[in-house]
Design a protein. Structure first.
Length: 406
């Protein structure tokens, strides 16, 4: 098995072609409300024996070993390319990386590699709106059109007049999904403006009367980003930094209208099949954020610590807002949609999560708030079943918590 050290940079190291899975485990590492920062020394699994400064925790050790075996098996079958991080009550159970961040340049994925997180972006956009609501800059029951005229649309379509900010955040507006419109993926690599994005769907017929049904729509979150910019008079990326990534010290999370910082993982449709690059302006506030797994766990754990927002706001972000269709929201196990989170239960435990999927990337962020378990799986291979992997790891983490408590 190929091994390398975590240099704490995004540039990666030269590896033989088709790099094998590389494992990192923070043995007994604890996180007091935050995730492991980039640059924390990581140890190749095959070299690990024990941690001299911490008492052994057999239940946790067994579960962590099982997690590593599970991911190693997936990687061997090319079913896991990317990074995975599982943290339970501040303790890192597994921190792993597999496959290539850039196959053409033989650069491997590392535990701190930055990925596009696609629709996991929606958690951040929703929280920005809730924080601006707390500040009195907007209301969830406000109609969207007054915030969009004249900067983004000239006049309000008749069908849009009753649509509220709450509805665009909960996929109950009826506005058709921009990603389902002809030409979206052809344009995905080209620079654009927020106004031009909105022009693509502003005059399209609604899929249903606002507030009467649920259908996933990236268009609503593009409108949310426009409203954020309108009320703050600042770019979306600046507001994201000022309100969330800066205060939480998410140093490797952000939004760029072009590309993420150098060293981010290149996207692939399948292993060895490169996807065209994504221009950030096309993804915007619906799918445009980039991050690494450590930062996403820090984001998750900020909810329990109430460092991102007051308890009432965090509670509202997790509270069901709209029931899912009978087959679940996005055809995934879920009973309702909250503000950027799917609502579910996992073996009786409250689960909040969101998937991400966009041209060359797949992601899943799962958080069990009552158990303080965060599971993040980020991939630069679109066909990777990040949700299935994360759900399996979350189940294992719950077993670890149960064994630990007893």
């Amino acid at each position: 098995m190929s091994e390398f050290r975590d240099s704490g940079t995004f540039q990666g190291e030269r590896m033989p072609k088709r790099p094998n899975i590389v494992w990192f485990l923070a043995i007994g590492a604890t996180l007091t409300g935050v995730a492991m920062p980039m640059g924390t020394p990581a140890i190749a699994v095959s070299a690990i024996t024990s941690h001299p400064n911490q008492k052994s925790d057999p239940p946790s050790d067994r579960i962590a070993a099982a997690m590593r075996a599970y991911l190693r098996d997936l990687a061997a079958k090319e079913q896991f390319t990317g990074t995975a991080l599982v943290v339970r009550r501040g303790e890192v159970l597994v921190r792993a990386a597999a496959g290539a961040a850039d196959a053409e340049e033989d650069i491997p994925n590392r535990p701190d590699t930055v990925f596009r997180i696609a629709s996991v972006t929606k958690q951040f956009t929703s929280m920005l709106v809730l924080k601006l609501r707390d500040r009195g800059l907007l209301g969830l029951e406000d109609r969207v059109c007054p915030y969009l005229i004249p900067g983004y649309i000239r006049t309000c379509p008749q069908a849009w007049r009753p649509i509220t900010i709450r509805e665009i955040l909960t996929h109950t507006s009826g506005i058709p999904d921009i990603q389902q419109l002809p030409g979206f993926y052809i344009k995905l690599s080209q620079p654009t403006t927020t106004r031009e994005l909105i022009q693509r769907f502003v005059n399209k017929p609604l899929d249903f009367k606002p507030g009467t049904s649920w259908k996933y729509s990236n268009s609503g979150y593009i409108l949310a980003g426009a409203i954020i910019q309108a009320v703050t008079r600042k770019p979306y990326g600046t507001v994201l930094h000022e309100e969330i990534t800066g205060p939480l010290s998410l140093r490797h999370t952000g939004y760029s209208r072009r590309n993420p910082p150098a060293g981010y993982a290149k996207g692939y449709f399948t292993v060895g099949s490169p996807a065209p690059p994504i221009n950030g302006s096309q993804a915007f506030s619906a799918t445009g954020i980039y991050a690494n797994a450590d930062d996403i766990v820090r984001w998750d754990r900020s909810f329990g610590a109430h460092t991102v927002a007051p308890p009432a706001t965090v509670k509202q972000a997790f509270t069901p807002q709209a029931p899912c269709p009978s087959n679940g929201c996005l055809n995934l196990p879920s009973s309702a949609y909250a503000f950027g989170w799917l609502v579910d239960r996992l073996h009786g435990h409250r689960l909040r999560y969101h998937p991400g999927l966009l041209q060359g990337y797949a992601a899943s962020n799962m958080y069990l708030p009552d158990d303080d378990i965060a599971v993040v799986v980020l991939s630069n291979v679109e066909e990777t079943d990040t949700n299935g992997i994360a759900r399996h790891l979350a189940t294992m983490a719950l077993k670890s918590a149960s064994a630990h408590d007893h």
